[in-house]
Design a protein around this ligand. Structure first.
Ligand code: ASP
Length: 349
């Protein structure tokens, strides 16, 4: 059965309207809209399996991350700084699949991917498969700002980090008991499948889906009208040697361009790479004049048609946002200069 597509779309067009030409000079200019959207991953997140205490923990951490980013925007800071601040808080929390609490590879270690993009200049930075960098999003930013490249991987990325004076942590720092348990479950499922035991494929297996939610991301619009997007993840539980998902791929998991929108994705990375999700959304806005909501839902439909699932967060220059997902839930939140704000976890059903 095709998963149901849920949409959230907030229009801030009114807030973005500037005085018409010829209007009296004393009319104060409408304030520039600004704001941000965050996500903490999409997947099998259902009310019936979440305790009130755990839900409260998620809400508190999402609120903290959103607040840190929004405070930067409210005092005139950059969208890039807001993205970094929000993502770092989520990376530091064991609740999410990024930084501390990242999912484990088939070898039982954590390998982290992250990327960031500046919508003003279309500068971008990404890292993949790093094992010892406490906040991968900050290394992605350093690649963008301090190297001649867009993406660095594995040992090379860590060599660059050393040159840049980054903090190194042992791989154990990222690993949690909950993720070890998820790896055990995923291994057991894979074994059963190899023996031909389960009737469902791993792709249809709710456990593999459950075990991979928690990627984090943020998209922001600052008071200068600049957009930025960032995404950080541990990838997917039980991932094989060297596997890299969509999160560090510019145009798949992350994209930002001031002329269109900023997008951060979460979901089954292989499908998100094949669809080129983040750029596909921006391309519809650019070439077809599509609304963010229509573009995002059309792109997620392409992911679903291939057999993948997940969600995206998007913001455009006018402060319009869209947060669609085709999974049971997605950790998400937004705060906008109009006063609109929310923290949400579950889908409509
Ligand atoms: N997109 C991430 C990846 O495939 C995982 C996720 O968002 O849950 O690495």
């Amino acid at each position: 059965m095709q998963p149901h597509l849920r949409l959230k779309f907030i229009s801030l067009a009114a807030a973005a309207l500037l005085p018409a030409a010829g209007q009296a000079a004393e009319t104060p200019a409408a304030p520039r809209p600004y704001g941000l959207v965050i996500h903490g991953g999409a997947g099998v997140i259902e009310r019936k399996t979440m305790t009130a205490a755990l839900e409260a923990e998620y809400r508190a951490k999402l609120t903290e991350a959103r607040g840190a980013g929004y405070a930067i925007l409210a005092r005139g800071g950059t969208a890039l700084d807001a993205v970094i601040a929000a993502v770092k808080i989520l990376e530091d929390s064991p609740l999410f699949n990024a930084g501390k609490g990242a999912v484990l590879t088939a070898d039982g270690t954590c390998e982290l991917d992250a990327s960031i993009m500046d919508g003003r200049t279309q500068a971008a930075g990404a890292i993949a498969g790093v094992r010892h960098i406490k906040n991968p999003i900050t290394l992605a930013r350093a690649v963008m700002e301090k190297s001649a490249h867009v993406m660095l991987t594995g040992d090379g990325a860590e060599k660059f980090a050393k040159q840049q004076g980054f903090e190194f942590v042992p791989n154990d720092y990222f690993q949690t008991d909950a993720r070890r348990q998820q790896l055990e479950t995923a291994r057991e499922r894979a074994k059963q499948k190899a023996l031909g035991r389960p009737t469902s494929s791993l792709e249809a297996d709710p456990f593999s889906r459950t075990a991979r939610y928690g990627t984090v991301g943020c998209v922001a619009l600052d008071q200068a009208g600049n957009l930025a997007a960032g995404t950080s993840t541990g990838g997917m539980t039980n991932k094989q040697f060297g596997r890299v998902g969509d999160a560090p791929i510019i145009g798949a998991g992350t994209y930002a361009h001031n002329a269109t929108c900023a997008v951060s994705a979460t979901g089954w990375g292989e499908y998100f790479i094949r669809v080129g999700v983040a750029r596909d959304i921006a391309a519809q806005v650019e070439y077809q004049g599509a609304t963010l909501a229509d573009a995002a839902s059309a792109t997620l439909a392409k992911v679903a048609a291939l057999g993948g699932d997940g969600g995206v967060i998007c913001i455009d220059r006018a402060g319009r946002i869209a947060l669609p997902f085709n999974t049971a839930g997605m950790y998400r939140g937004y705060q906008l200069s109009t006063g609109a704000a929310a923290i949400e976890i579950f889908g409509a059903n």
